[in-house]
Design a protein around this ligand. Structure first.
Ligand code: 13P
Length: 252
């Protein structure tokens, strides 16, 4: 059975102290009142990872970085490798977020290198895909997302693909307050699962958790999570407030 996952992506927010406080609040709320069958992941800045791993209950909360280097080590000033992320105790790495593709020019070539690094370290990639507004308006979002996946994760053998979590995040819904409608989100996630079934097989497609991200909030999470192909959410803004994040976790 595939997992239900609610992952926070804090992006470039919080100091270490603030991040640890937020992580502790989430930890306490989840331990006392969080839906038990939901995997909870906190995607924090690199600088926070070690402290957050220490601050939370490892049996209940997983910690993620939001990126990693494409190379294993060496003269790459400012980079943080997958093995360094692993050494903090974090277990997930968000890869290919649209903000990284857009502002830091991450391409499929770079992302394939990063995927290799993350999988070699035994970390779980949360691999993001999703189209811009112009593509959605042109009605070519399926072709666009298919190409993003064909060039990257669909090059992996099934045993490796099964280690991934996929997150569909339409760029027009990120941080805008405009969520994809429940039907739009379900349609795309069903499309992605269909692609996996065609390329690999139905069993593989049924095993992989696919998340929706983009203005997910306590008020719309229940509808989104009720859909057959939506296995949870990748949450930006609402993950910075512990009660809102808990409400999304408890939307299941
Ligand atoms: P928001 O939830 O703030 O729209 O961000 C979504 C996101 O980018 C998560 O990775």
């Amino acid at each position: 059975m595939r997992k239900k996952i609610v992952a926070g992506n804090w992006k470039c927010n919080t100091t270490v102290k603030e991040g640890v406080e937020l992580a502790k609040s989430v930890n306490e709320l989840v331990l006392t009142s969080g839906a038990k069958d939901v995997v909870v992941v906190l995607g924090a800045p690199f600088t926070h990872l070690t402290s957050i791993v220490e601050a939370v209950d490892a049996d209940r909360i997983d910690v993620s970085s939001q990126n990693c280097a494409a190379e294993p080590k060496g003269a790459f000033t400012g980079e943080v490798s997958a093995s360094m992320v692993k050494s903090t105790g974090a277990t997930y790495v968000i890869l290919g977020h649209s903000e990284r593709r857009e502002y830091y020019h991450e391409t499929s070539v770079t992302l394939n290198k990063k995927l290799t690094q993350v999988l070699e370290q035994g970390l779980t990639p949360i691999y993001c895909c999703g189209e811009a507004l112009a593509i959605r308006e042109a009605g070519t979002q399926n072709e666009y997302v298919k190409q993003q996946l064909d060039e990257t994760i669909f090059l992996l053998p099934s045993e490796q693909l099964l280690k991934l979590v996929i997150a569909y995040e339409p760029i027009w819904a990120i941080g805008t307050g405009v969520t994809a409608s429940t039907q739009q989100a379900q349609d795309m996630l069903s499309f992605i699962r269909g692609l996996i079934a065609n390329k690999y097989n139905k069993e593989v497609a049924e095993e992989i958790s696919i998340l929706y991200g983009g203005s997910c909030s306590p008020s719309n999470a229940k509808d989104l999570f009720s859909q057959p192909d939506i296995d949870g959410g990748l949450i930006g803004g609402a993950s910075l407030k512990a009660p809102d994040f808990l409400a999304i976790i408890n939307a299941y």
